[in-house]
Design a protein around this ligand. Sequence first.
Ligand code: NAP
Ligand code: HSE
Length: 428
Amino acid sequence: MADPLRLGIAGLGTVGAGVVKIVRQKADLLSARAGREVVITAVSARSKSKDRGVNLSSYAWEDDPVKLAQRDDVDVFVELMGGEDGPAKAATEAAIKAGKDVVTANKAMLAMHGQALAELAEKHNKIIRFEAAVAGGIPVIKALTEGLAGNTITRVMGVMNGSCNYILTRMQSAGLTYKEVFAEADGLGYLEADPQLDVGGIDAAHKLAILSSIAFGTQVNFAGIALEGIENVTIEDINHAADMGFKIKLLGSAQMTGRGLEQSMAPCLVPATSPLGQLDGGTNMIVLEGDHVGQIMLRGAGAGEGPTASAVMSDVMDLARGIRLPTFGQPAATLEAPKTAAAATPAPYYLRMSLQDKPGALAKVATALGDAGVSIDRMRQYDHADAMAPVLIVTHTTSSEALVAALDALPATGVVNGAPVALRIEQI
Ligand code: NAP
Ligand code: HSE
């Protein structure tokens, strides 16, 4: 049997403790499958004395993750601390320079420094693996880099943040406001230490940027994502969307167009009966489209100790088996510099506005939309007690430029109160 694969694990929180448990509990299974033992030699975290529910006494302890990364008895540095810079990045770089492969779950670090880290790894003939960084337990990185390697990927979409999906689902099922459900989710410990990473769409956008790079052979481009979080989604919009047959999801979408790479992470409407519309609670779903395979959907737990540790172990097992792939599926030098598409691919839109309920008001709105080239598919006006009527419009497929022109023209009609809500509709 080959020599054991020796892991040094930095970060013993939710994910790190989960990985230690799998390595301890499944030693025989892992060794049978890899053809060699997988062992932990050293660990690091901030507090040595904290009880983590696992026995760490047989592992060397390092206070400094950089020192852990450089140890001679470590073959693979497993980075599970998190944070886009700081100790995670410093220790990852130190590990590569010291001749170690790296496994990480750190989407923030890869979204911001993925290209530089991939180049550094290749320079030292080392690799970085990160199955756990996107959609927790769903093996989507493997699906893209291996299962679909013979396809030109045409589109990547999905719900990539379980906390946001939980909040939106709960708002609808309990009829609660965003603020009420946010407080509830925070209290239950569902949100990141900085909740803005979740509700601002940043965490999900980190994941989308990573998927885009692999899917389209481009350098990771977080800055090129049109990003909007769920903070402004109201219970009114959730209810009105439901009335029109839709659900609101924080949806990531990336596609390569003739105008460049189009990436967006924003609240969108999807048909309530579609697989994405039926995705409730903290679950994730990734939709991949390839020219030969067509459309596939991967659904599962996007976070949590077990699912995320399972994904980390997928990378560890590949390294134990000698499977070595370039970081983003192809050599870093061949990844194209990103060109961001200036406008979004045409789509139908949901518009909600508060309209003065008086003769000719609707006609003025219809004219403003028509003049901008926006065609109305469906429209609904709701009961109201005051002079302002809530009006919903579902448009036919329209360009984003036409939509912006229409929205810009609405105030001049003199019949619309405040800024209308406009959300893209994805027929998926
Ligand atoms: P966590 O529970 O907060 O654990 C972080 C660990 O890192 C803790 O053990 C902490 O030590 C340690 N740490 C932090 N700063 C350190 C430093 N300067 N030196 C040494 N150790 C340090 O985080 P987590 O949820 O396990 O997440 C870890 C990574 O996985 C992150 O990149 C996260 O984005 C990613 N991820 C998490 C999930 C999930 O469901 N949790 C899912 C997908 C990806 P102490 O325990 O002593 O404080
Ligand atoms: N905050 C993330 C989520 C954790 O809710 O999906 C997993 O990346």
